[in-house]
Design a protein around this ligand. Sequence first.
Ligand code: TXA
Ligand code: MG
Length: 319
Amino acid sequence: MLTVEAAVRILRSGGLVAFPTETVYGLGADASDARAVGAVFAAKGRPANHPLIVHMASATQLTDWAADIPDGAWRLAERFWPGPLTLVLRRRAPVLSVITGGQDTVAVRVPRHAVAQALLAAFGGGLVGPSANRFGRVSPTTAAHVRDEFGAYLPVLDGGPCPVGIESTIVDLSGDGACLLRPGVITAAQLQDVLRAPLETGRGGRPRVPGDQTVHYAPQTPVRLLDLPMLSAEAQRRLAQGERVAVLAGPGTHLPVGCIQVVMPADSSGWARELYAALRHLDGAHCQCILVEMPPAAPEWQGVFDRLTRASAPPPGGR
Ligand code: TXA
Ligand code: MG
């Protein structure tokens, strides 16, 4: 099994290592090595204009990467780091342009996972860490998922299943005010409490987030998001046509006999934790579609709702 020490040696020599965080597994490379960062883009098949997050062991390293850091950013760091929050700030000049997609901002995060913490502390510097999946696919939440994406040649630090399960909340503090770029398990209300200011959610003229594309976090099987009564009727209709039907729904759901079902937990954190593994599992079940129960319209469900909406968006040009 790969050790933290061996991972650090690989990273220092310009190699890539996948590592666990509390959200999803990241594809790590030395953030000060342009060739290593280039290799991350190549391995993922990610377009060059999609910027990466720099991960660091502690908020004390923030000033190595960001400039003009507003008070609100320090307060968020104090409250939520280490944890599933990413801050977009004005970049310091030496930050590699390949990381920022040529923008004048940089995304930074201090993960909480003990293995990520050990790796970053031993490495000392910053690590870029996009989710360790090929571009546009479902993020990995176990070491086995990473191997499914990249095969055996990529070294993986195995830290078990990720406890949060969906990617970090991203807040942009690089301009006037604060803007939520990607919802996660930290809610807008929690962020506003700490910021003591409103949080924008639109992002006209704001930096790009690949999650904005119509399809992202998407399994290969078409996903449909439906309220329970509709879902049940749709499952029935498809089964009657001889289709194989996969269903992702909460506990105690009465579905027509014959559905291939993953029973999800009742609460939003349980859904977040298990969502990507469930989508991967059902994607492998050779069904014509995956029917997913619409989550409640409550703030704590926003991150899960966002990922499900993206997973169910029709691809450009149709399936
Ligand atoms: O939870 C996470 O954030 C995981 C774990 C591994 O840390 N990482 C992750 O990375 O989700 P990635 O690359 O899959 O998503 C990073 C997001 C992208 O949507 C990217 O566009 C956005 O962060 N981002 C990075 N730099 C940015 C910037 N300067 N301005 C706006 N968005 C930025
Ligand atoms: Mg990603």
